[in-house]
Design a protein around this ligand. Structure first.
Ligand code: CTP
Length: 402
């Protein structure tokens, strides 16, 4: 998608500028021509030499070329570009963009650009939440500037929160989506389940599992970035959503998750069930805390919960797409294929518990996808956000082929 495209990459003063080297490399690898324009202060964070070598072009920063009295033509650059992306974009640059301040070459190029402009904000969490930044972002949004939502995590200050620059891979996929306005997910209603369920034994104890919800949340974010309206039904977790198109429904038990999914399903175009739903729950839930008695341990009688995925599979219409996950410890492929048939799925995502670094609670996952024609695709170990891109790409091809 980026092949042959002219891209201006603006760099501003933020520690996330170190990731710009990777972003430049990815853009060039994708076949784009890249011109890097740096604000003077950003050179404290990454050298122009690094970015000029990687972009295969001189880096621009000043209005004039050193001591030659020749200007760097910002108008020409603005017209040359098919896309402009400012990554990282500091709070200062956002403020300048929203008020038309033109005190460096990058701002002059921005004001001259006729192409779509993207910004990848990167700053500390309080700066991001400050009313001035929020207002600047919504003003820029209303002018059509695309905001590449910052991520949640540990920040340079040591604080934990929102403000990390979107990862280079996410920035690339954001640009590609703009170049492909015919996104088949645009306006589609997508249901995603995520996280564990807790089945109460008494008011204090429950049966649960180690699912963190990270895979389901990454899917919801990626689907929303593709223009889908996402309903995210999630069990107990510590995660946050960033995309405005995600409607979050918090539940605790398998039964609550089932009710939330069933009531949404008739209106759903695509459903992806990534939650680790408890298969069993106590038949009786004590209303008060079960007390210890000397020499006695209570015996828990369990019953099966409703298989949400199988229920949706029974109700699936010809137009709907249904995707499930499978976590297997043996005969992985055969078991996953059987699950795909039994639950009437369009494809199934097989999670690996064998690969170190993949699976419950981790930031990475290694998946295989099996479709109805028994095609098997194996993917590398990747960040869950990159895994989400692979899964969502597969959904887009399915939608396009219908
Ligand atoms: N699932 C569900 N409702 C349940 C159990 C599972 O919707 N009560 C969904 C999960 O979200 C996942 C898929 O079913 O998408 C597979 O879950 P998994 O636990 O691997 O399979 P099970 O159907 O429980 O089969 P088994 O226990 O035989 O492995």
């Amino acid at each position: 998608m980026l092949k042959g495209k002219n891209i201006i990459l603006g760099v501003t003063a933020s520690i996330a500028a170190y990731k710009t080297a990777i972003l430049t490399r990815l853009l060039v690898k994708a076949g784009a021509s890249v011109r890097v324009v740096m604000t003077p202060a950003s050179k404290e964070f990454i050298t122009p030499l690094t970015l000029s070598v990687l972009s295969k072009s001189p880096v621009l920063s000043e209005f004039t070329k050193n001591d030659q009295g020749e200007w760097n033509n910002h108008v020409e650059l603005g017209l040359w570009a098919d896309l402009m992306v400012i990554a990282p974009c500091s709070a200062n640059t956002l403020a300048k963009m929203s008020s038309g301040i033109c005190d460096n070459l990058l701002m002059a190029v921005y004001l001259s650009a006729r192409c779509p402009v993207f910004v990848a904000p990167a700053m500390d969490l309080d700066m991001l939440k400050h009313p001035s930044t929020t207002e600047n972002l919504s003003k820029l949004k209303s002018w059509g500037v695309h905001i590449l939502t910052p991520g949640f995590g540990e920040l340079a200050s040591g604080l934990i929160g929102e403000g990390r620059m979107a990862e280079p891979e996410e920035i690339i996929s954001g640009l590609e989506k703009e170049l492909n306005p015919e996104n088949p997910l645009k306006g589609k209603k997508v249901l995603v389940t995520a996280g564990p369920t807790f089945e109460a034994i008494d008011p204090v104890r429950f049966i649960g599992n180690h699912s963190s919800g990270k895979m389901g949340f990454a899917l919801a974010e990626e689907l929303a970035r593709n223009g889908a309206d996402v309903k995210l039904v999630c069990g107990p977790n510590n995660l946050h959503t960033t995309e405005a198109r995600i409607q979050r429904v918090d539940v605790t038990s398998a039964e609550e998750m089932y009710q939330a999914c069933i009531s949404a399903y008739a209106e759903t175009d695509v459903a992806i069930l990534a939650a680790a739903v408890a298969d069993f729950r106590p038949v009786h839930t004590a209303t008060t805390k079960i007390k210890k008695k000397p020499g006695q341990a209570p015996v828990l009688e369990l019953e099966q919960t409703t298989d949400i995925l199988a229920e949706l599979g029974k109700r699936k219409s010809g137009k709907q797409i249904l995707i499930g996950f499978a976590l297997e410890t043996d005969s992985e492929i055969e078991n996953a294929k059987a699950k795909l048939e039994r639950k009437n799925l369009d494809f199934i995502v097989l999670n690996s518990l064998r690969d170190p670094g993949a699976g419950f609670g981790t930031d990475q996952n290694k998946i295989s996808i099996i479709d109805r024609n028994n095609n098997l695709s194996n993917f590398e170990l990747k960040d869950k956000s990159a895994v989400a891109v692979d899964i969502v790409d597969r959904i887009k091809s399915l939608l396009s082929s219908r």
